[in-house]
Design a protein around this ligand. Structure first.
Ligand code: AMP
Ligand code: ZN
Length: 473
């Protein structure tokens, strides 16, 4: 099994991913806050996470991946100030928070499907895990990390081991960062403490509230991911993923809570794709006027052209979106589809078999190349090299299929030949089956009659080792 290398935010270096359990990757992804459509920036992050998961699978690892759906607790500031984003969404649309959550969760997965982003097998809405949050907060109380103040429950960051190690900030840096725009919460013992459980003392208007030992209220955002990850993926997490904005405070706080509860190191590798910006700066749902997959479709772009656009650059670099660069990606995408279609057509007519050793060699080269810190653009270069290579079309096609199990550009989904696209040949395919049966029964008269009928419809029957095929005359 090949080892993959990745940049780890915590060690600030590219290094090998060695899972806690050999051959098995446990991966957690911070899911969307479902108060609005996902913008194409959010989706860049999910595309890169999807590529990472699929690369591990192609390399032969078993992957267990969980993702939360943030449907409560994420306030309009990532710190503990502002209004719950879900309630802001509900107010905006005159619906309940749960109606908003359902609508935008479905919209998120519909976008993922269009972009060939695989749904993690474990997807958990935060509101379905309130008991788990309460249990985890209780453990933090038992272990002396949690305190109540002014009606809310806080995490005491002064007790966390090396609290700033993920972001690499010093406490002083962050003080400077937050001083101007965050109203101080006088209930906190330390400035970096954060809320585990809010009660009515803070937001009396909150629509989503539950009973807890500390009062009627709702969970903080950070506790969601710790509790869901620990519940579904256990105490040893291999990879935790999320956009770069999640490093501080969200992931920093997740580490503090999780490690306080379990008493040992929790997650080994932190994967943080950089942002997609538009020319005016970072894309953000709260800014309004966001760029979605539907907007791209309305403008005539195939969603997978956007996926290609993302794969063309490295996930650790900020990517600036412009329609001009998307136009280039869209043209490259159409060209790629047509080049792969020619290989597929040639493969159909090729009587030989794919060379299994060569396919494995090409696939391993792809895994090693992309597995060098998720170098998707080099993976695309390998794909172009393969298309040009002096190789039989069946071997090419087998390797393309493996590459595309990671790139997921739908290279093998499009119709192969224009002619087939234009005419429905399903009735002729049915005749081919009848002919095969007739030949098996040595009923040559029927077999010949079918051949004539197919010819009259404008197709020749070509017998190949894989069975009879239609070829337009
Ligand atoms: P949210 O729905 O706001 O919780 O964000 C969902 C995911 O998108 C998180 O992993 C964020 O870190 C990520 N994200 C937010 N803004 C951007 C952006 N402009 N570009 C890329 N990823 C982003
Ligand atoms: Zn999270």
């Amino acid at each position: 099994m090949l080892t993959l290398n990745l940049y780890n935010t915590e060690t600030r270096a590219v290094g090998p991913i060695v899972p806690h359990e050999a051959g098995k990757i446990r991966m957690y992804t911070c899911g969307p806050t479902v108060y609005h459509y996902a913008h194409i920036g959010n989706l860049r992050t999910y595309i890169m996470e999807d590529v990472l998961e699929k690369l591990f699978r192609l390399a032969g690892y078993e992957v267990k991946r969980a993702m939360n759906i943030t449907d409560v607790g994420h306030l309009t500031s990532d710190a503990d100030t502002g209004e719950d984003k879900m309630l802001a969404g509900a107010k905006r649309e005159g619906k309940t928070a749960m109606e908003i959550a359902k609508f935008y969760t479905d919209a998120f997965f519909a976008d993922c499907e269009k972009l060939n982003i695989k749904r993690p097998e474990i997807v958990v809405p935060a509101t379905s895990c309130i008991d788990d949050f309460i249990k985890l907060i209780s453990v933090l109380f038992e272990k002396g990390y949690a305190y109540t103040s002014g009606g809310n429950v806080y995490f005491d960051t002064s007790k966390a081991k090396d609290y700033y190690r993920l972001s690499g900030h010093s406490a002083e840096d962050l003080m400077v960062g937050v001083r101007d725009d965050v109203t101080e919460d006088a209930n906190k013992r330390n400035r970096s403490d954060f809320v585990l459980w809010f009660t009515t003392s803070k937001f009396g208007e909150q629509e989503l509230r539950w009973d807890s030992p500390w009062g009627f209220g709702y969970p903080g955002w950070h506790i969601e991911c710790s509790a869901i990850s620990l519940k579904y993926l256990g105490e040893y997490l291999d990879i935790h993923a999320g956009g770069v904005d999640n490093i501080f405070p969200h992931h920093t706080n997740e580490i503090a809570q999780s490690e306080a509860a379990i008493g040992h190191e929790w997650c080994k590798y932190w994967f943080h794709p950089r942002h997609l910006n538009d020319k005016s700066g970072k894309m953000s749902k709260s800014k309004g006027g966001i760029l979605t997959v539907s907007v791209l479709e309305e403008r005539g772009y195939k969603p997978l052209a956007y996926r290609l656009f993302c794969l063309q650059s490295h996930y650790m670099k900020q990517l600036v979106f412009s329609y001009e660069s998307l136009d280039n990606a869209a043209a490259a995408y159409d060209k790629l589809l047509s080049r792969v279609a020619s290989v597929r057509k040639a493969a159909k007519e090729y009587a030989g078999e794919a060379d299994a050793d060569e396919t494995a060699r090409l696939t391993n080269e792809f895994i090693e190349t992309v597995g060098n810190d998720l170098n998707t653009s080099m993976g695309l270069t390998l794909l172009y090299d393969l298309l040009k290579a002096d190789l039989d079309p069946k071997t090419k096609l087998a390797a393309i299929a493996n590459f595309d199990s990671v790139l997921s550009l739908g290279l093998l989904d499009a119709p192969v030949e224009q002619e087939e696209e234009e005419g429905d040949t399903s009735h002729l395919e049915a005749l081919l089956i009848k002919r095969a049966e007739a030949k098996k029964a040595r009923d040559w008269a029927t077999a010949d009659a079918i051949r004539d009928e197919v010819k009259a419809a404008g197709y020749m029957i070509v017998d190949t080792p894989e069975g009879a095929k239609l070829k337009k005359i």
